[in-house]
Design a protein around this ligand. Structure first.
Ligand code: NAI
Length: 251
């Protein structure tokens, strides 16, 4: 059964990793996908992904745009509405980490993480709710992290940005529930992507695996399955919630 037939979904930061997994999963379930990437070096990957999604029989298009920039986000969503007709689903996935202990954390490092991880969620959500309000339906899925729930030494800026996403998610769920617009967050644990490459090797890997009841890192596809559930009508009575995808770490 296809869960997103005739829906249009936006996924930010989808040239690789979890975002790419979500874009593929959504297309597999019949959604038309508009996705973003930021760097010139990702252009080829984004193009390849667009072709892959189109081969699944859906409409797909990539935009090189900075989710942390308000004006770029506004013109991106306007373009999507022009080309795709509407926006039914928005997955705010774009994110970075710049880990440092607070003693060494510079104002620039702090601001960059907050701007990319948290401002981007405001920028995109603010724009996508216009077509969603018109349609009186929509699903927004924000990618937080279990670090935003538990905190982690050396990740104060990342944890603050991801905790901020949770507060934002719960507020928007309350603001827009009466218009049938849902807003939920997913909180991945340790997922095998470029972002966690350095954790997947040797002794470090072992120390992390010891903390995960399921005894392994998760995959982008497993994360995408949770995003699919929250994006689709399967979760029609769920809003303002945070779903951990962490192999049992957050228990
Ligand atoms: P990744 O580094 O492979 O992917 C992040 C993507 O976001 C990249 O394609 C990057 O180019 C894009 N991006 C960065 N800044 C951007 C901006 N300003 N505008 C548009 N795109 C931008 O990392 P991964 O692991 O796929 O992460 C995806 C999301 O999942 C992030 O929000 C991350 O914080 C979150 N997450 C990841 C976990 C993991 O274990 N990998 C755990 C918990 C959360």
């Amino acid at each position: 059964m296809k869960l997103l037939e005739n829906k249009t979904a936006i996924v930010t930061g989808a040239a690789r990793g979890i975002g790419e997994g979500i874009a593929c999963k959504f297309a597999e379930h019949g959604a038309n996908v508009a996705f973003t990437y930021i760097s010139d070096s990702s252009a080829e990957k984004a193009h390849a992904l667009q072709l892959k999604l189109e081969a699944m029989g859906v409409k797909a298009k990539s935009w090189q745009t900075n989710a942390a920039d308000y004006a770029q986000s506004e013109s991106f969503v306007n373009d999507v509405v022009k080309e795709f007709g509407t926006v039914d689903i928005c997955v705010n996935n774009a994110g970075i980490s710049k880990d440092n202990l607070l003693l060494r954390l510079t104002p620039d490092q702090w601001e960059e993480v907050i701007r990319v991880n948290l401002n981007s969620v405001y920028n995109l959500t603010k724009q996508v709710i216009r077509p969603m309000l018109k349609a009186r339906s929509g699903s927004i899925v924000n990618v937080s992290s279990i670090i935003g729930i538990k905190g982690n030494a050396g990740q104060a800026s990342y944890a603050a940005s991801k905790a901020g996403i949770i507060g934002f998610t719960k507020s928007i769920a309350q603001e827009l529930g009466s218009r049938s617009i849902r807003c939920n967050a997913i909180a991945p644990g340790f997922i095998e992507t470029d972002m966690t490459q350095y954790l997947q090797e040797g002794e470090i890997s072992k120390s992390f695996l010891d903390k995960i009841p399921l005894g392994r890192f998760g995959t982008s596809e497993e994360t995408a399955n949770a995003a699919l559930f929250l994006a689709s009508d399967m979760s029609s009575y769920i809003t303002g919630q945070v779903l951990s995808i962490c192999g049992g770490m957050n228990t």
